[in-house]
Design a protein around this ligand. Structure first.
Ligand code: FAD
Ligand code: NA7
Length: 486
């Protein structure tokens, strides 16, 4: 590290990871600056301080998910005696949802700025560019700045990719645009069937829009196959359409303003259809090119974009990286935050704890939720062999589904455990209402070395859906029916 530098820590990127590290470092007495700058989308969308999660990620996504769930709840409510207008007279207003979501985001932006000021972290609204390994350059509204620092943190996150096809950037949008879209999205084609594609299609359908997902291979490719298929079926039940084994070839604007999407299937057949909106959700690109990591001597991973850091340290010893910019690490807010905090404690507080990237729980809000932690069935079998792994599973009936006669076909859970001894639990998967809330607690249990013996010895809370994990006792190997008896 450079001895006479102006700052102890300069953080590039004011999102989940960068802000967590900056605030913790300042708490520990370090002199810290954070640079944050949002490059507008091709449509011109931009936003304030706080990064992806707050502005165009987790938070607006969860709010729109909640809006979709409320739509379902309105219909359920009638069965519980609420006197409501006929279904066709219950409508949703996109503009008022968008306004409420954007107002919430702006309030979070404001609180974040105040928090930085209170902690004496300097916030610089400019795009950081490395000049050399010890210097960052930026241009702000107030003029140019050159910052030297003892340590640097790269927390620049990522941005959505577009397919390299005619019309993609001219007419398409991404998750960066959807939450602040001026006009109602209307009939939407979502390209990509990962986490983000399914969630966007899920809430759009839940709000009443015609939604189609274009799938290149399979949905949620990196997740447990069986659970992913159940999620797909639950989305079909709610009216989401799927186009399998297809990739887009062009997006054209018609005279009436609608978009003509063209695509081809893997057997070479060509198709087209008109949509109001085409949303690309084909994964995200790490923002290292704009930062000129090359000038700092930082080596990028195999994909040429991400940083393959060891304990968050890059190949340049005084330059660190956290969050979505890291190679082969979960792209999740709490992962970025935790890694950022621990790094600050190691740099400025004498801490020794390292980030553990294993067994991080996550949830897909699709809108029937799928929460999971640990290994999928396939990953466990691949790692330990089918003979060494025991899969417990069950279908269940949420009490609250009975009166409105909601389908229970997709309420399914699975525990992946070692077969021998106490049967250590190595994966838990849950599809159903509030899966995110449920799997969070079991994530802690797995951290505490949960075994099947302990899980089966846990007394449940009745009537909840989480208690199903404590009741689970049928193994796939037994061939017994996993459906509930009554
Ligand atoms: P970011 O939060 O992306 O912050 C990086 C910041 O750096 C940005 O503000 C960027 O503009 C800025 N920047 C980049 N380059 C520069 C530069 N050179 N100079 C200055 N500033 C720069 N995660 C969950 O845990 N749960 C969820 O439910 C969830 N839902 C999601 C839904 C969507 C639609 C999306 C897109 C993501 C979601 N995520 C979710 C992922 C989560 O948002 C990210 O993992 C998290 O924000 C990553 O944090 P980060 O600090 O790495 O980067
Ligand atoms: P993911 O999870 O990487 O999913 C990307 C999806 O897009 C996936 O279904 C891919 O299909 C598909 N894809 C990728 N490239 C293409 C092209 N060129 N054409 C068509 N379809 C394509 O990304 P997300 O954006 O959903 O989420 C990223 C992270 O953000 C996620 O981990 C969350 O934590 C938040 P494939 O399976 O590769 O065939």
């Amino acid at each position: 590290p450079c001895g006479d530098a102006e700052y102890d820590l300069v953080v590039v990127g004011g999102g989940s990871g960068g802000l967590a590290c900056a605030k913790e470092a300042a708490n520990l007495g370090a002199k810290v600056a954070v640079l944050d700058y949002v490059i507008p989308t091709p449509l011109g969308t931009k936003w304030g301080l706080g990064g992806t999660c707050v502005n165009v990620g987790c938070i607006p996504k969860k709010l729109m998910h909640q809006a979709a769930l409320l739509g379902e709840a309105v219909h359920d409510a009638k069965a519980y005696g609420w006197q409501l207008p006929e279904a066709e007279n219950i409508t949703h207003d996109w503009a008022s949802l968008r306004e409420s979501v954007q107002n919430h985001i702006k309030s979070v932006n404001w609180v974040t700025r105040v928090e930085l000021r209170d902690k004496k972290v300097e916030y610089i609204n400019g795009l950081g560019v490395f000049k050399d390994p010890y210097t960052i350059h930026t241009v702000t509204k107030k003029g140019e700045r050159t910052l030297t620092s003892k340590y640097f943190l790269i927390a620049t996150g990522g941005r959505p990719r577009y397919n390299d096809i005619p019309g993609a950037k001219e007419y398409g949008i991404t998750s960066d645009d959807i939450f602040s879209l001026e006009n109602s999205p209307g009939k939407t084609l979502v390209i990509g069937a990962g986490y983000i594609g399914l969630e966007c299609a899920g809430f759009l359908r839940g709000l009443g829009f015609d939604a189609t997902v274009m799938v290149r291979s399979v949905v949620l490719r990196e997740f447990d196959r069986q659970m992913a298929e159940v999620i797909q079926e639950s989305m079909v039940l709610r009216g989401v359409k799927f186009l399998f084994k297809c990739v887009p070839t062009a997006i054209e604007k018609q005279d009436d303003g609608k978009l003509l999407a063209k695509w081809k299937s893997d057997d070479g057949q060509e198709f087209s259809e008109t949509y109001d909106t085409v949303l690309f959700a084909i994964g995200r690109r790490a923002l290292t090119r704009e930062l000129h990591t090359d000038r700092a001597g930082i080596e990028l991973a195999g994909d040429g974009e991400k940083i393959d850091a060891v304990n968050e340290q890059t190949n340049v010893p005084h330059i660190f990286a956290v969050g979505d910019v890291l190679y082969k690490k979960p792209e999740l807010t709490p992962v970025a935050i935790h890694a950022g905090k621990l790094l600050a404690r190691r740099l400025f507080g004498g801490g020794t704890a390292q980030m553990d990237y294993q067994n991080v729980a996550t949830t897909i809000f699709s809108p029937l939720e799928y929460g999971c932690v640990g290994l999928s069935e396939e990953a466990a079998v691949e790692k330990y062999g089918a003979e060494s792994v025991e899969i417990y599973h069950a279908y269940y009936k949420p009490t609250e589904f009975f009166i409105p006669q909601k389908s229970i076909a997709h309420c399914y859970l699975k525990v992946v455990a070692m077969r021998e001894g106490e049967q250590k639990v190595i994966g838990m998967h849950f599809i159903g209402p509030n899966a995110g809330e449920i799997i969070q607690g079991f994530g802690a249990a797995i951290k505490c070395d949960l075994t099947m013996e302990k899980l089966m010895g846990t007394v449940g809370i009745h009537p909840t859906v989480a208690e199903e994990f404590t009741r689970i006792n049928i193994t796939k190997r037994s061939g017994k029916d996993p459906n509930p008896a009554s």
